[in-house]
Design a protein around this ligand. Structure first.
Ligand SMILES: [Mn+2]
Length: 270
């Protein structure tokens, strides 16, 4: 397993679970100084990141790109894959594709989290799940064209009412036959929704393509009450070799959160 840390370039997401903010170069410099293997970037849009600049920053600091978030499509542009408006759904798919195109240049996946939206306000649950399945089916094909993968993230009940557990995500992905869509297991969301973290990870098994490494309160691992030992043991058991990416609040400050994460990662993973 490898370590990663989040960098947000989206002012509208302020208060969200990102360690570094606003400055890609500074975020990469700090990530490398703390000893992370990779960065996970949350951009306002695909055109906000110059691939040549990102490439030189990653090379300069010996970092990889772990993943790229698409949440700004919702936070900034109010796009959703399950909007009642077909035009909005199409724009949401186009937004995700543009992020996938950027990420694929770095052999990284894009993440679908808040872009999945929710049912209600003109959309029934079956309709929303149909829209989501349709979107993931199309995006799975786009991932195949790019030779990449896509990450789909179940969220806790306060952030979506569509898919809250890893098991429900497996059911959804099996139903549409998606081959290149992997599940993002976010340990903070799971802490709210799963009966048992280890059992949920074991159940999703090889479907898991990325992990958001956060404690029970969305702070750095070790600053909440999650027991990480069985979580990491189960990730080892299923053969998970991807990232543990710190999508966490920068508390008490970004540097302390980063140092705490690296210390926990080294203690747990070695
Ligand atoms: Mn997450």
């Amino acid at each position: 397993m490898l370590s990663a840390v989040t960098i947000s370039l989206v002012p509208e997401a302020r208060g969200g679970p990102f360690v570094y903010w606003d400055d890609l170069a500074e975020g990469c410099r700090e990530a490398a100084a703390r000893g992370f293997d990779a960065v996970e970037v949350f951009p306002p849009g695909a055109d906000a990141v110059d691939p040549l600049v990102l490439r030189s920053l990653l090379d300069e600091h010996g970092l990889a790109l772990a993943a790229v978030g698409t949440g700004a499509g919702w936070v900034k542009h109010k796009l959703s894959l399950t909007s009642p408006d077909a035009t909005v759904r199409d724009k949401a798919i186009a937004f995700v594709k543009s992020i996938m195109d950027l990420a694929a240049r770095f052999e990284a996946p894009a993440i679908i989290g808040s872009m999945q939206g929710r049912w209600g306000d003109g959309v029934t649950k079956p309709e929303a799940l149909r829209y989501l399945g349709h979107a993931l089916f199309k995006l799975d094909a786009h991932a195949a064209d790019l030779g990449t993968t896509l990450l789909y993230e179940p969220l806790n009940r306060y952030e979506t009412n569509l898919v809250n557990t890893l098991a429900d995500a497996v059911t959804l992905l099996n139903a549409i036959g998606a081959e290149r869509v992997k599940i993002l297991a976010d340990l903070y969301h799971m802490n709210i929704e799963e009966t048992n973290l280890a059992d949920a990870i074991r159940g999703a098994g090889s479907r898991i393509g990325h992990v958001h490494f956060a404690d029970s309160n969305r702070r750095a691992a070790g600053l909440g009450h999650t027991d990480f030992a069985p979580v990491v043991a189960t990730l080892v058991e299923i053969g998970y070799a991807g990232y543990l990416s710190a999508e966490i609040l920068p508390l008490p400050d970004a540097d302390t959160a980063a140092r705490q994460t690296v210390a926990a990662f080294r203690r747990l993973v070695g």
